[in-house]
Ligand binder design. Structure first.
Ligand SMILES: NC(=O)c1ccc[n+]([C@@H]2O[C@H](COP(=O)([O-])OP(=O)(O)OC[C@H]3O[C@@H](n4cnc5c(N)ncnc54)[C@H](O)[C@@H]3O)[C@@H](O)[C@H]2O)c1
Ligand SMILES: [Zn+2]
Length: 359
């Protein structure tokens, strides 16, 4: 097992990464000195596979756990489901010392984290991420929240968990498309911070695609270390944390303009990172060899790197990009790469150039 520390003063916490960890959930919660009662919040897919094991482990360590299952999918990230969870917690008489276990992907983590942040003005919570995206990204860093009709993640709180438990064996039941989509975020960490990780990914991609646990242990732990380090320096995204958005300006616009669900987040971000690499070549002189390696790695992972755009979709994509938070004075701000492992944020890019590289 690997242990990664998120350094946030009195809100610091550990991320544990390894195989077979779900069976130790109760033991690690016991060490946190939490109250005797808890609620496991999960979704209908994840619950089928792992709720029993989570409840069993908690019970074996003396916890009294109740299960709350929400429907799988992004639609559950909404205030109506938050209210429903609050009602169930109140009905079960969970109190200030009780805690929540978020067992699932990013949807469950963001939802359950927000439920924990707001119930009784905040009770402790533990993240047990079960998607690759959630293990390397959403479960670390304390962003919790839900969507409004007006847009994604518009209501939320920065609220750090007590612990993140990444059981790599849970990834085995993840649908292939979801797993591969998570790899887009993994590659991102190599591009933004770590040329050695990037080279490791190039070498070990076949093993990673087989979900080989030893390979995952080192890769997931390294991604968590990078995110922990960035979040430790900039918890509330006033600066450095922006580098985690590499590939996301175009990626988010692709998700928004093509209707949620058509592209998975990682697929859109894969296209976005390849586009950002091309812009980086033009603006920051990213060597063409580096841009080529980035594109090749995504292709070999089985991720899309291009998008076909007719005039109407192109217009929609630009409208979506301009609605994003990163626009100032008509110019769109990007995170761009100088070389693999080094990026700069806040780079202004004229729309004409984006239009050109999207082909
Ligand atoms: N808080 C953050 O910092 C942050 C960062 C990135 C993304 N997010 C959020 O994360 C969400 C996306 O997360 P996601 O990609 O994990 O999606 P998800 O939680 O919807 O999971 C994807 C699908 O896989 C299923 N699933 C999850 N784990 C499984 C397993 N082990 N076996 C079988 N099926 C499993 C889920 O039921 C779902 O159908 C978005 O809402 C996004 O906004 C948050
Ligand atoms: Zn992302």
């Amino acid at each position: 097992m690997r242990n990664v520390q998120v350094p946030l003063g009195d809100r610091s916490y550990a991320i544990k990464v390894g195989g077979g960890l779900l069976s130790r959930l109760g033991l690690v919660c016991a060490r946190l000195r939490l109250g005797p009662r808890c609620a496991v919040i999960t979704d209908s897919n994840v619950g089928k596979h792992f709720a029993k094991a989570a409840l069993k482990s908690l019970a074996a360590s003396g916890f009294e756990a109740v299960l709350i299952t929400v429907p799988a999918g992004e639609k559950s990230k909404c205030l109506a489901v938050v209210e429903d969870c609050h009602d169930q917690l109140a009905a079960q008489r969970l109190e200030r010392k009780s805690f929540i276990v978020a067992l699932g992907g990013g949807v469950v983590g963001d939802l359950a984290g927000f439920v924990a942040a707001t119930y009784l003005r905040g009770i402790p919570f533990v993240q047990v991420p079960t998607t690759l995206l959630a293990q390397v990204d959403s479960s670390v860093g304390g962003k919790t929240g839900v969507n409004l009709k007006a847009g994604k993640n518009l209501v939320g709180a920065f609220y750090q968990p007590q612990l993140v438990l990444c059981d790599l064996d849970t990834l085995k039941t993840l649908p292939k498309r979801e797993y591969v989509s998570g790899l887009a975020e993994v590659v991102k960490y190599g591009v933004i911070c770590d040329p050695i990780l990037f080279a490791q990914l190039e070498r070990s991609l076949p093993k990673l695609l087989q979900r080989d646990v030893p390979t995952l242990r080192s890769v997931v732990a390294r991604c968590c270390e990078i995110k922990a380090d960035v979040v430790g320096q900039d918890e509330t995204e006033s600066g450095l944390r922006a580098i985690l958005n590499f590939g996301h300006t175009i990626g988010h616009a692709i998700e928004n303009s093509s209707g949620y669900g058509k592209f998975l987040h990682g697929e859109a971000v894969s296209i976005g990172q390849v586009a950002a690499a091309r812009l980086s070549q033009k603006i920051l002189g990213l060597p063409s060899g580096d841009a080529g390696r980035i594109e090749k790695l995504f292709v070999q992972a089985g991720l899309p790197v291009k998008i076909k755009l007719d005039a109407a979709r192109r217009k929609k994509l630009f409208a979506a990009m301009k609605l994003d938070k990163k626009v100032s004075g008509g110019e769109i701000k990007f995170v761009l790469a100088k070389k693999i492992g080094q990026v700069v944020w806040g780079q202004k890019v004229p729309s004409g150039m984006i239009d050109e590289i999207l082909g």
